[in-house]
Design a protein around this ligand. Structure first.
Ligand SMILES: *Cc1c(COP(=O)(O)O)cnc(C)c1O
Length: 425
C-alpha cells in the first residue's frame, strides 16, 4: 500500500515551531509520546478529521472528549452561527446562560446553582476556593495520577507515605503553594480511613475523578467512592467530583448519579461546551451562595457565560436529551474495540493493558517502541487514537458501525505487522 504523504502537515508544523512553543498550545499535541510528527487537522465532520494533505482519519480523540456528537454537528454549528451573528458577547447575563444552566440542572439536580467559567481548570479552581471558603479549612485531598487542570496546587506528585504533602509535578510550582495539598493513592480504603482519622477535620474538600481519564482510563472503584462519601460527610469535608470528562459521557447526566453517589459539588467542562471553551461548577444553594456576589468567595471572569459558547452547549444538550437511549450503543462500540485489542494482543503474545469504561477506552503497551509502531501504523491507515497511552480514547454518536469495522481491521493488521517485526528482532 502506498504510504500517505504528510508534506503540508510537516511544513506547517515547522512554521508552528517557530512561533509556538514546541509547535503546539498544549503539550500532548506534540506527539512526543508516540514519536514522529503530529498530523495537523484542517477540517472535520462527524467521526472524521482531515489533515492538510487530505488524508482522512476516524477520530477517537474528539477534542479530548468534548465532541460527543462528533465534529461539526449541524445543529451545533447552526446554533453557533445564529448566535454569533447577533454579537460575540456583551458582558451581561444572557438567556442562553439561563437555558444551559437549566438543562444541566435538569440532568444533574444536585447542581441547584451553577457558575460558568471558560475551562475545566477554572471550574476546579473555583470549586476548591469555594469549598475552602465554605468550610473555613485549607487542606484538600487529591489522588495520585488524577488530573484536575493546571492550577499550581493541583500539579502535585505523590511522595512516599500515607498521605503526603507531595512534590511539585512541574517546575515553577513553589513547594509553599502545595503545602495544603494532600495526595494519596486511589482505591485503598484502609489508607483513606487512616487519613481521615488523622487529618479529616482539617480537610476542606476531596477532589476525585469518578472515572479516571488522564492516566489511561481508570475504571471507577464504587465501594471506594462510597467510602469517600461516608467519610467526607462524617468529617464535614466537601466531596467534589471532577466530571470535566465524565459529565454527560456515560448517560444524560453525571457519573455521580450513574453510580448513585451524591457529591457536594460537581465540576463540568468539555462536553457541555459542545466543542467551545467552557467549564462549570455547581452544587447546593447552601454552598454556591457563598460565591460573590451573594457571598464572600470571589471568582470572576471576562468571558464566562459567553453566548456563542452557551449556544453550542445548549444545542449539544438538546441533542443528547434525544439520544438518551443510545448511549448504550456507544459503550458497546468501545467494548468491542477494547475486547478486540485485548484478544489480538494476546494471540500475538504482545503485552498490553486495555482499560475500558462506558464510552472510554485506553491501551497501554508494556514496550513503548511497540506502542509507537502500532500507533504509527494505525495513523497511516486512517485511525487517529490519542497520541499518548495516558490519554483516553472516546466514542461519539457520529461513529458508525463501518467506522468500527474499519478500526478493527486496521488493529488486526497493525498487530500482525507488529508481531512479524517482533519475530524478526
Ligand atoms: C480536561 C480536564 C480538566 C481541565 O480542563 P481544561 O478545560 O483543559 O482546563 C480538568 N479535569 C479533568 C478531569 C479533565 O479531564
Amino acid at each position: 500500500m502506498k504510504r500517505p504523504s504528510y508534506t503540508k502537515s510537516t511544513t506547517l508544523f515547522k512554521a508552528a515551531q517557530h512561533v509556538l512553543v514546541g509547535g503546539v498550545n498544549s503539550p500532548v499535541r506534540s506527539f512526543r509520546h508516540v514519536g514522529g510528527e503530529p498530523i495537523l487537522v484542517k477540517n472535520a465532520r462527524g467521526s472524521r478529521i482531515y489533515d492538510y494533505d487530505r488524508n482522512s482519519y476516524i477520530d477517537y480523540v474528539l477534542s479530548y472528549g468534548a465532541l460527543i456528537l462528533g465534529h461539526a454537528n449541524p445543529g451545533v454549528i447552526s446554533a453557533v452561527k445564529k448566535t454569533a451573528e447577533k454579537g460575540l458577547g456583551y458582558g451581561t447575563t444572557h438567556e442562553l446562560e439561563v437555558e444551559l444552566a437549566r438543562r444541566i440542572q435538569e440532568a444533574i439536580p444536585l447542581c441547584e446553582k451553577i457558575r460558568f467559567v471558560s475551562s475545566g481548570t477554572e471550574a476546579v479552581m473555583g470549586a476548591i476556593r469555594l469549598a475552602r471558603g465554605f468550610t473555613k479549612r485549607n487542606k484538600i485531598l487529591k489522588f495520585e495520577y488524577s488530573y484536575h487542570g493546571h492550577a499550581d496546587y493541583l500539579l502535585v506528585k505523590a511522595g512516599s507515605g500515607l498521605a503526603t504533602m507531595g512534590l511539585p509535578a512541574s517546575k515553577g510550582v513553589p513547594k509553599d503553594f502545595i503545602r495544603h495539598t494532600l495526595v494519596t493513592s486511589y482505591g485503598n480504603i484502609n489508607n483513606i480511613n487512616k487519613i481521615f482519622k488523622r487529618y479529616g477535620s482539617e480537610i476542606a474538600a476531596v477532589i476525585v475523578e469518578p472515572v479516571g481519564g488522564n492516566n489511561g482510563v481508570i475504571p471507577p472503584d464504587i465501594p471506594f467512592l462510597k467510602r469517600l462519601r461516608t467519610l467526607t460527610r462524617q468529617f464535614s469535608t466537601l466531596l467534589i467530583f471532577d466530571e470535566v470528562i465524565t459529565g454527560f459521557r456515560f448517560h444524560f447526566g453525571s457519573a455521580a448519579s450513574y453510580f448513585g453517589i451524591k457529591p457536594d459539588m460537581i465540576c463540568l467542562g468539555k462536553i457541555i461546551g459542545g466543542g467551545l471553551p467552557i467549564g462549570a461548577y455547581g452544587g447546593s444553594k447552601k454552598i454556591m451562595n457563598h460565591l460573590a456576589p451573594l457571598g464572600s468567595v470571589y471568582q470572576a471572569s471576562t468571558f464566562s457565560g459567553n453566548p456563542v459558547v452557551m449556544s453550542a452547549g445548549v444545542a449539544t444538550l438538546r441533542k443528547l436529551a434525544l439520544l438518551k437511549k443510545d448511549y448504550k450503543k456507544l459503550s458497546e462500540k468501545a467494548a468491542l474495540i477494547s475486547q478486540y485489542l485485548e484478544n489480538k494482543a494476546k494471540s500475538h503474545n504482545i503485552d498490553i493493558s486495555v482499560r475500558h469504561f462506558g464510552t472510554m477506552f485506553s491501551v497501554y503497551f508494556k514496550k513503548r517502541k511497540y506502542f509507537k509502531f502500532f500507533y504509527r501504523r494505525l495513523l497511516e491507515n486512517g485511525i487517529y487514537f490519542a497520541p499518548s497511552e495516558y490519554e483516553s480514547n472516546f466514542i461519539s454518536f457520529a461513529h458508525s458501525k463501518e467506522d468500527i469495522k474499519k478500526t478493527l481491521r486496521e488493529i488486526d493488521e497493525a498487530f500482525y505487522l507488529l508481531a512479524k517485526r517482533k519475530g524478526r528482532s
